[in-house]
Each structure stands twice: as structure tokens, then as C-alpha cells.
Design a binder for this molecule. Structure first.
Ligand SMILES: Cc1ncc(C[n+]2csc(CCOP(=O)(O)OP(=O)(O)O)c2C)c(N)n1
Length: 563
């Protein structure tokens, strides 16, 4: 069917089942926006206030739904404003298609107005990128973009479209590409894995984001129960099994729980599923899991042996591999001593670190705020975070019942991620409670998105941890830089007035006595809400494994109690 290039882009999105896109218009992308004007009943467009936010919103949409997120920007500064979001999606294997405009084909290379070579700029931070210079390329390139973004290890794709390609006429014929990849699994490797599992006395499964991406949650749960093995998750893997799963023992890593970190060092077998041994998980990789054989189940061969040795690599999709293992003859073993250790270490930690205790010691704390919200909000919620202490407390004290209920920037650690990612998650899940935890620093990095919430009526529950500090950096300055607080104090505006200016209901809580009441008010208010918790300024996140240390060095509290 004949149509202009702009309509072809829109029809390609519709063919791919896209219902919502996040974007911001400008000169180069005007033909697309003009065509969108006639297609508003078919494609929902959320007008953000900054292009970086469009990418994070697409990420939040993708991660909370398992579908591809889409964002749109104009040429030049619109496209370059995408860069941080694209790098974030690359690090966290998030399937997004980012559409940017480009100047007319004839103007390429002439330093034309708003010409930026977004293809070269994003080459190292995309799974694939491509510049379309004529309308006939649109259908096949868009089909390829969607296939690449979501197949195998997902990631961001940038499609730059010259202005002439948007206005030229093309005969649109769209053929969707299959994203199914059937991995040829190594029979011998699977047999060896079963043998190691059956002989192991101290096994530990560490589940990462790949479990969620490949929708392997059920297979993982069955595998853990069938083998009787404890399961830990990485921060990116949170919510891949419910917090109260009988085999779940917590989160590993720099601010992970004591038990799984300690058990990593004592385990004789580690089964790493869909995780990449990031330095935030391993600490000093040389001293990592010294006593264990490591089975690494991973879809991306580049990750095998990259930072930690794999004694038995199994390249494949996490679900396919776990299902293949589940179909084999694995013995369930009680391993009472190993489980006793897990429970002992965990209970020791619980005694030291319950949120209630922290509250008794320090008054209103981030930990208490997270824990109370988690309890009062119940299930059917998605927890989104920004970056910093708020993120680590949210990871540690949230209770996860549902799949895909944790969305946070892991690999890049992008401040400013939380608010727009929550917008994307809420758009994809209008019936769920989407709660975003932010620090006062990160909130102000994309605070303009309150305008998006106002205009598009997005019912995100915002929890602002106001401590007047860039808390996580302040913590490191306290612990490792002799309390030299170099430029981490924030003179803040009145956030209540800001919320009011955007017509967003809000409340400020300054003490524990009124916390529950304020949370109920937030949860019972229709639509968006800003809950500002004025928390103490000296709170630190523990446990903590100092950067570069081996994970045996776990600091538990202010006095550096090392366990
Ligand atoms: C874009 C960006 N800039 C700088 C940093 C470094 N950084 C990591 S955490 C942090 C402090 C965050 O402070 P705040 O948002 O107030 O959250 P808190 O730690 O107090 O919860 C900073 C500056 C970052 N991660 N991202």
C-alpha cells in the first residue's frame, strides 16, 4: 500500500504491536509528528519534557511489560539527549527502539542545522543502529530493528531517519521477523551439570536479570525446589522469585544481604543463571567464590569468563536451559547443614538490621519508609528506584510478590532514571501501583517530568527521600574519605510547592508517628502523589562490601563491624 515514509514508520510500530511511544518533537521529525496527528487513535504518544526521559520511560515500559519500548526524538540535540538513556539500556539489556530524525539526505555531512552523527555517537552503546535515507528502507529496517532489540540478549536499537525519507512515498509491505531462537544445548554439559548438582554439598544458585528477560521464573523456582538448592538473586534479578519463596535467601552484591554473599564464598558449586558477574556482584573478582565450581548459564557468550572463570559454561536461553535441567534426573537433597548456615547467617543479620531497629536508633529512616510502604501497599505493585541510597534501601527492604516488580538502573547507575522509568512502567501497567523511590539529588535530575505526569495524568506514586545530601556519595566520603564532605550537601527547594505547582497532591512526613498515615493518604489518592520523607542525614546503607574488596569483607554497621 502506498504511503509516505512517516506513515510507514507509524504502521511499522502498529504491526509490531506497539501501543504507546514516548517522545518530543522538533524540526527534523516534524513529518512523523504531522502524520501522528492523524493516527492518535491507534498510537498513544506521551509527550515527555526531555528526551533522556523518553528513553528511560521506554525502558520502564519494556522492563515492566516484557515488550519493546519505543521513544522518538528530533535530529541533533534531540538525538544526543537520548545518549545516557541508550547507554543505560545497553548495560541493562533492555529492548528499546529509539527513533531519531536526521537532516535531509542532501544535507548530510554539510554541518547542516541540527546535524549530529547519531550513528557514530551511539555505535558503542547500541545493539544495532542504522540510518534510513530513503522511504523504501523503512519497512525492512523497522522489522529488523524490532527483531534485534528483543531477540537473544536484548538491547537498544537506534534508527535515524532522514527528513526526506519521512516525506517520500513508499509501497509499504511489512514482514515481521521471528525472534525465536532455539539454542542447541550441549547434552554433555547438561549431564555434567546434573552430576555436579547431585554431588554438591553446598550449592548456590545466583539468578540475574536474564531469568526475568527469558521469562524463566517458573523454571527457576521448579529447579530450586527440585534440587533443594538455595537461590540468591542479583540486584537486577530481584523479583525473579518471590521474596517468600522457600528457597530464596536474598540478594548478593555490594549492598546485598550477608547470607548469600557469605555463602558464595563457602559454596562448592555456584549455578549462575542469566547474570554477568558484574563488579558490584563479585567485589574483587580474584577472590570470588574460591571454593566453588561455577556453572555459568548465559545467553551471551561474550560474558562467559569475562570477569569470573566458568568451569562449565552453558550458552543458551535461561528458560530453555533450566527446563532441560528440570527434565533430567536430579536428586533433591536436604543438605541440612548448608541450610542451617543460611538461616543462621540470615537471622543474625535480621537481628542486627531490621528496619524497626534502625528507626528506633535514627528516627525516620529510608529503610523504615521503604519497609512500611512495602507492607501497606501489598501486592500488585511495581517498585521503581532512582540511584543511590534510596535504591539500595528499596532493594533491601521491599517485599516482592509479583514478577517484573523491580525496575532500577543497574549497570550504568543513572541518577534521574527513576521518575521517567516509573512513568513508562505505569503506562504499561495502568492497573498496578507503581511506586518510585528517589533521592533529592536524582529527583532533581529529571524533575521536569512532573509536567509529563500532569499533562498525561500518570498515576505514579513518588516517594522522595529528602536528606539534603547526595546520600550515597556522602556515605563513601564518611567511610573512605575521612568525612571530607566535598560538594555533597544540597540546598533544596520546597518540594511541596513544586508538586503543588504541577497540581500533584503531596504530603511531607518528618517523623515516624505520622508515616503510616501519610502512606495511606498516598495509596488512597487517585492518580499521582508526591510523598516527601524528610529522613535523617546520617543514614548509611549496610551491609556494604567496599569497592575493590573481596566479598569476604562485609561491613555491617556504622562501626564497621566486619562479619
Ligand atoms: C547521572 C549521575 N551522576 C552522578 C552519579 C553519582 N552518584 C551516585 S549516587 C549519588 C548520590 C545520589 O543522591 P540522591 O539522589 O540524593 O540519593 P541518596 O543517595 O541520598 O538516596 C551520586 C551523585 C550517578 N550515579 N549518576
Amino acid at each position: 500500500m502506498e504511503m509516505n515514509g512517516a506513515q510507514a514508520v507509524i504502521d511499522a510500530l502498529i504491526e509490531e504491536g506497539v501501543d504507546t511511544i514516548f517522545g518530543y518533537p522538533g524540526g527534523g521529525i516534524m513529518p512523523f509528528y504531522d502524520q501522528l496527528y492523524f493516527n492518535q487513535d491507534k498510537l498513544n504518544h506521551i509527550l515527555v519534557r526531555h528526551e533522556q526521559a523518553a528513553v528511560h520511560a521506554a525502558e520502564g515500559y519494556a522492563r515492566s511489560s516484557g515488550r519493546v519500548g519505543v521513544c522518538v526524538a528530533t535530529a541533533g540535540p534531540g538525538a544526543t539527549n537520548f545518549v545516557t538513556g541508550i547507554a543505560d539500556a545497553m548495560m541493562d539489556s533492555t529492548p528499546i527502539v529509539c527513533i531519531t530524525a536526521q537532516v535531509q539526505k542532501e544535507g548530510l555531512g554539510a554541518s547542516s542545522f541540527q546535524e549530529a552523527d547519531i550513528i557514530s555517537i551511539t555505535l558503542p552503546i547500541t545493539k544495532w543502529n542504522y540510518e534510513i535515507t530513503c522511504a523504501d528502507e523503512i519497512a525492512p529496517v523497522m522489522a529488523k530493528a524490532f527483531r534485534i532489540a528483543q531477540s537473544g540478549r536484548p538491547g537498544p536499537v537506534v534508527i535515524s531517519i532522514t527528513k526526506n525519507a519521512q516525506t517520500e512515498i513508499t509501497d509499504f509491505n511489512y514482514v515481521k521477523e521471528s525472534t525465536e531462537i532455539k539454542y542447541e544445548l550441549p547434552e554433555e554439559g547438561l549431564d555434567r551439570a546434573v552430576d555436579w548438582i547431585n554431588r554438591s554439598k553446598k550449592p548456590l544458585i545466583i539468578a540475574g536479570h536474564g531469568v526475568i528477560i527469558s521469562k524463566a521464573e517458573e523454571a527457576l523456582s521448579r529447579f530450586a525446589i527440585k534440587t533443594g538448592m538455595p537461590v540468591a538473586s542479583t540486584m537486577m534479578g530481584l523479583s525473579c522469585v518471590p521474596s517468600d519463596h522457600p528457597n530464596y535467601i536474598g540478594c548478593v552484591g555490594m549492598h546485598g544481604s550477608h547470607a548469600p554473599n557469605r555463602m558464595t564464598q563457602q559454596a562448592d558449586l555456584i549455578i549462575a543463571v542469566g547474570m554477568r558477574f558484574s563488579d558490584r556482584v563479585t567485589g574483587n573478582a580474584k577472590g570470588y567464590a574460591k571454593n566453588a565450581h561455577i556453572i555459568h548459564i548465559e545467553i551471551d557468550p561474550v560474558e562467559i569468563g569475562k570477569s569470573v572463570r566458568a568451569d562449565l559454561p552453558i550458552v543458551g536461553d535461561a528458560r530453555q536451559v533450566l527446563e532441560a535441567l528440570n527434565a533430567r534426573d536430579i536428586k533433591c537433597q536436604a543438605r541440612p547443614e548448608w541450610w542451617t548456615l543460611a538461616r543462621e547467617v540470615a537471622s543474625k543479620e535480621a537481628v542486627r538490621l531490621t528496619a524497626t531497629q534502625l528507626a528506633e536508633k535514627h528516627g525516620l529512616t529510608m529503610a523504615t519508609v521503604v519497609q512500611r510502604i512495602s507492607m501497606l501497599a501489598g501486592n500488585n505493585k511495581i517498585v521503581v528506584t532512582d540511584v543511590g541510597q534510596n535504591q539500595m534501601f528499596a532493594a533491601r527492604f521491599s517485599y516482592f510478590a509479583d514478577r517484573r516488580s523491580w525496575i532500577s538502573s543497574g549497570g550504568l547507575g543513572t541518577m534521574g532514571y527513576g521518575l521517567p522509568a516509573a512513568i513508562g512502567a505505569k503506562v504499561a501497567n495502568p492497573d498496578k501501583n507503581v511506586i518510585v523511590f528517589m533521592g533529592d539529588g536524582g529527583f532533581q535530575m529529571n524533575i521536569q517530568e512532573l509536567g509529563t505526569i500532569l499533562q498525561s495524568k500518570i498515576g505514579v506514586k513518588m516517594v522522595l527521600m529528602n536528606n539534603s545530601w547526595l546520600g550515597m556519595v556522602r556515605q563513601w566520603q564518611e567511610l573512605f574519605y575521612d568525612k571530607r564532605y566535598s560538594f555533597t550537601y544540597l540546598e533544596n527547594p520546597d518540594f511541596q510547592k513544586i508538586a503543588q505547582a504541577y497540581d500533584i497532591p503531596c504530603a511531607r512526613v518528618t517523623s515516624l508517628d505520622t508515616l503510616d498515615e501519610a502512606i495511606e493518604q498516598m495509596l488512597n489518592t487517585d492518580g499521582a502523589f508526591l510523598l516527601e520523607a524528610c529522613v535523617g542525614d546520617g543514614e548509611n546503607v549496610f551491609p556494604m562490601i567496599p569497592a575493590g574488596a573481596t566479598i569476604d569483607k562485609i561491613f555491617m554497621d556504622k562501626d564497621f563491624t566486619q562479619l
